[in-house]
Design a protein around this ligand. Structure first.
Ligand SMILES: [Fe+2]
Ligand SMILES: [Fe+2]
Length: 136
């Protein structure tokens, strides 16, 4: 069963962010239906995806001088550290903790983060890009 249904409502209006978010939703849904053998590798892939995605968002924030870069980056770092801890538990054979993390924590976190920090960041970037386009 899919944990998150991807709908256009989830778009924040910055194409490279939306492309990654759609990919992340797909990874979360694949994790939800993965068997115990497939779960650890897919969890690792999801961790890598988050790391790359966060670095990309942070690059955009820096490029456009986003005012809340510091707390947004701090939240990314918090989630990466938390996910790394869960990954250590999965590696020691506790797949169940990984499943609970995906189902109960990460799904709600993603929606909340998308609706708050990512949405505000995306609005700022869209405005900066419009100004850029208007100025040239
Ligand atoms: Fe994001
Ligand atoms: Fe973010």
């Amino acid at each position: 069963m899919a944990l998150i249904g991807w709908t256009p409502d989830l778009n924040v209006g910055v194409p490279e962010i939306d492309k990654d978010h759609a990919h992340f939703v797909d990874l979360v849904n694949r994790l939800a239906s993965a068997d115990d053998d497939a779960f650890p590798e897919l969890f690792e892939e999801s961790y890598q995806h988050l790391e790359t995605h966060f670095a990309m968002e942070e690059g955009l924030m820096q490029k456009y001088g986003f005012f809340a870069y510091v707390p947004h980056k701090a939240e990314h770092e918090r989630v990466l550290a938390q996910t790394r801890t869960i990954q250590t538990q999965i590696a020691s054979g506790d797949v169940e903790t990984g499943r609970r993390y995906i189902e109960e924590t990460i799904t709600a976190w993603f929606i909340n983060h998308r609706n708050t920090m990512d949405a505000v960041t995306a609005n700022f970037i869209q405005m900066a890009r419009r100004n850029e386009a208007g100025a040239s």
